[in-house]
Design a protein around this ligand. Structure first.
Ligand SMILES: CCCCCCCCCC(=O)SCCNC(=O)CCNC(=O)[C@H](O)C(C)(C)COP(=O)(O)OP(=O)(O)OC[C@H]1O[C@@H](n2cnc3c(N)ncnc32)[C@H](O)[C@@H]1OP(=O)(O)O
Length: 170
């Protein structure tokens, strides 16, 4: 998969929070109104992810007609949103609140409406307050060895949520 994103080769290992829900359990939504994962977001994506081994989070999502961009294919901005969210959900393994500073997306193949996507977010490692994460989107019907249709990377920065959202939290 081609990418211009550079993952530093001196990342510190990221440690799983012992208080995080167990592997195999659902990742709790970080905000009930979140457009990506919130159950109360009226027109949201309602992603429901499950914690996996090796700091991963996995979800599936059917590409609905409302996600169309080019004729018959998903809008690139929806892929970006899914990737931001899936990496954010994988970061929940760490028991920190980290917001997106950088989101990098590589689109390898057109993704037709109707495709069931398997989305896998993964924490790669840390550097001080920065969390480096990655994500891939697969055609779920194509089997476990299929190449990703799109992939992405992110740099998330750990914040104190009380201070970060003090001025905006309803
Ligand atoms: C309640 C739970 C919420 C969970 C949220 C997850 C939801 C999904 C993810 C999202 O969509 S979050 C929404 C979109 N993101 C934002 O609104 C963040 C807006 N940006 C900011 O608030 C600040 O710029 C940020 C907190 C990211 C950083 O500001 P700070 O002043 O706290 O940090 P600082 O500038 O000192 O940078 C800390 C480190 O990050 C690095 N950094 C910051 N911005 C960067 C950037 N753009 N590119 C590369 N590195 C960056 C910076 O170089 C430094 O690295 P070093 O340790 O190596 O010095």
């Amino acid at each position: 998969m081609k990418t211009t994103f550079v993952v530093p080769d001196d990342l510190e290992p990221a440690r799983r929070d012992p208080a995080a829900p167990a592997i195999g359990e659902a990742v709790p939504p970080h905000n009930p109104r979140c457009h990506g994962c919130g159950p109360d977001a009226e027109n949201g994506l309602h992603l429901r992810a499950v914690f996996g081994e090796n700091l991963t989070a996995t979800a599936t999502l059917v590409v609905e007609p409302r996600f169309e961009g080019g004729p018959g294919v998903i809008h690139g901005g929806i892929v970006s949103t899914l990737f931001d969210e899936m990496m954010g959900l994988a970061n929940v393994h760490l028991g920190v609140v980290a917001v997106t500073a950088v989101l990098d997306v590589d689109y390898a193949r057109p993704i037709p409406v109707g495709t069931t996507l398997r989305l896998v977010g993964r924490v790669l490692g840390r550097q001080r307050r920065k969390v480096y994460s990655a994500v891939e989107a697969f055609d779920d019907a194509a089997g476990p060895d299929a190449e990703p249709l799109a992939a992405g990377h992110g740099i998330f920065v750990v914040v104190d949520p009380r201070a970060h959202f003090a001025a905006t939290r309803p």
